[in-house]
Design a protein around this ligand. Structure first.
Ligand code: AMP
Length: 281
């Protein structure tokens, strides 16, 4: 695996590969890699001649300083996992390389910015959009892979690519879970033993919510979810919402035939976890 830390170096290398006709798949990450990230790398390997992964903990997408400082960093094991999974190129820039100057671009994603995650983490998606746009312009991949675990992020990226006519195919990838159902996340490393043991409750509640959605109203479902999380003092539910899978606008009634996605954000101790489940009829 070739490792590049600067923009000119990786651009030069990719220019040569593209000249030779190789297709490029790209998987952006913030490191502390787990099997969820690797599932994206594997998918990218199947769909492209060469795979580029980036590891960059993007400071401008963090709305909480402590979360940025404590974000897990595991460079050595990340490199090893990428090598073992046939990643061809790692882009591993530092903050100066990505942001030589103060970054103050503001993107407008309409309602997408202000609902769900956007409401609780103002500015988060703007930071994500800035870094992803930069990466897509540096790497110019044919395809870029994003996890449905971060469902709203995927919607923002799709809007970004559409708004700026960026010539890349965005490939959504399914959420990869632990055996007990917990969605894999780098932040899971920060859970205490007790928190980790009750964390699968999130997915269990979502699965039950999916079943219940066929028989009760959206409001009743929300009330039920709130009561399920109040059973453990360790959880603090931030939101549970039912949304249209394409627009992410709220779904008020669960009419038969109305596909929706249930999205959740919950604090477990100090760690904020998100998950979602598709409720498709
Ligand atoms: P992150 O390092 O958390 O920024 O994630 C990098 C990419 O991996 C994003 O597209 C995420 O949506 C995706 N990802 C993270 N966790 C998972 C998971 N459990 N399953 C599938 N994709 C994931």
């Amino acid at each position: 695996m070739k490792i590049f830390k600067t923009i000119p170096e990786i651009k030069n290398h990719l220019k040569e590969l593209k000249k030779e006709g190789f297709s490029i798949g790209f998987v952006p990450t913030m490191g502390a890699l787990h099997k969820g990230h690797i599932s994206l790398i594997r998918k990218a390997c199947l769909g492209n001649d060469k795979v580029v992964c980036s590891i960059f903990v993007n400071p401008i997408q963090f709305t909480n300083k402590d979360d940025l400082l404590k974000y897990p960093r595991k460079v050595d094991s990340d490199f090893q996992m990428l090598r073992e999974n046939n990643c061809d190129i790692l882009f591993f820039p530092d903050t100066k390389e990505m942001y030589p100057e103060v970054e103050d671009t503001i993107y407008d994603f309409g309602h997408l910015d202000n609902i769900l995650e956007g409401k609780f983490r103002p500015g988060h998606f703007n930071g994500v959009a800035i870094v992803v746009k930069k990466f897509l312009e540096i790497i110019e991949p044919d395809k870029a892979y994003f996890g449905k675990k971060d469902y709203q992020q995927l919607a923002v990226i799709q809007a970004l690519v559409k708004n700026f006519n960026i010539p890349v195919e965005i490939i959504p990838c399914p959420t990869f879970r632990e055996d007990d159902g917990l969605a894999m996340s780098s932040r899971n490393l920060r859970l205490s033993e007790n928190e980790r043991s009750i964390a699968p409750h999130i997915h269990k509640v979502l699965l039950q919510a999916k079943t219940k959605a066929a028989t009760i109203t959206a409001e009743e479902l929300k009330t039920w979810v709130i009561s399920e999380f109040s059973k453990y003092h360790e959880f603090k539910l931030e939101y549970f919402e039912l949304a249209d899978p394409d627009t992410l606008l709220p779904v008020k009634s669960l009419k038969k035939g109305q596909n929706c996605i249930a999205l959740i954000a919950v604090y477990l101790g100090n760690i904020r976890l998100i998950d979602n489940i598709e409720i498709f009829y």
